[in-house]
Ligand binder design. Sequence first.
Ligand SMILES: C[S@@+](CC[C@H](N)C(=O)[O-])C[C@H]1O[C@@H](n2cnc3c(N)ncnc32)[C@H](O)[C@@H]1O
Length: 225
Amino acid sequence: MSVKPVIELTADGSHTLFVPELGEHYHSINGAIQESIHVFINSGLKCCTKDIVQIFEIGFGTGLNAFLTLLNANNCGKKILYTTVEAYPLPDSLIQELNYSQNHSKADQDLYHKLHTVDWGREVEITENFTLTKIKDDFTHFDFSQIKHNVDIVYFDAFAPDKQSDMWTQQIFNQLYDVTNYQGVLVTYCAKGMVRRMMQQAGYTTERLPGPPGKREMLRATKGI
Ligand SMILES: C[S@@+](CC[C@H](N)C(=O)[O-])C[C@H]1O[C@@H](n2cnc3c(N)ncnc32)[C@H](O)[C@@H]1O
């Protein structure tokens, strides 16, 4: 897949990227930040009662989910160990133009950029509360032994199944289930029945939750309830 995304404004004023080759956006055009907060922070991170939380993200992209998670961790005092996989890292020139950190302090803006500039393939402490490991790899051939610890929350943020079906397979959901801790969750903006059935087949208990603005539903899958 060759990726040459262009910046677009979404309904909440935050940017997203559009990939003309795929006809697909990185986020909801109804609000990128709103979607990320709703799906990953409020329906995923905030439901975890642990003090030390292992997160695994599929698709680092703009780093928006990582940034919002970092801000949340710094506020609530949780310690986050965040591992993310990305096959197509974005060029720095594009990252510099994204407006995700523009309403934040200079210190937070620097943290957003640090998420992008730290090395791939290495565990890096970004703040006292947030440690990041970025893995540059094709997730469709992912070696799960690269995940050092079992996971409490999976942020499943791949492009939609009708655009990239090889990211949404039974084998992938089985593997994610295997590396997830008891009572760990997987959250995704996608609410397709086919995806829900694969999660159930893998062993998860699934819930359809209200979706972010512009979307009726999203999915949360839990291991062991
Ligand atoms: C829906 S976007 C979300 C990205 C990110 N979470 C964000 O908020 O910007 C999907 C991401 O998956 C990445 N991706 C696409 N195919 C991939 C693959 N085979 N392996 C790993 N990442 C992939 C894309 O480059 C893109 O960054």
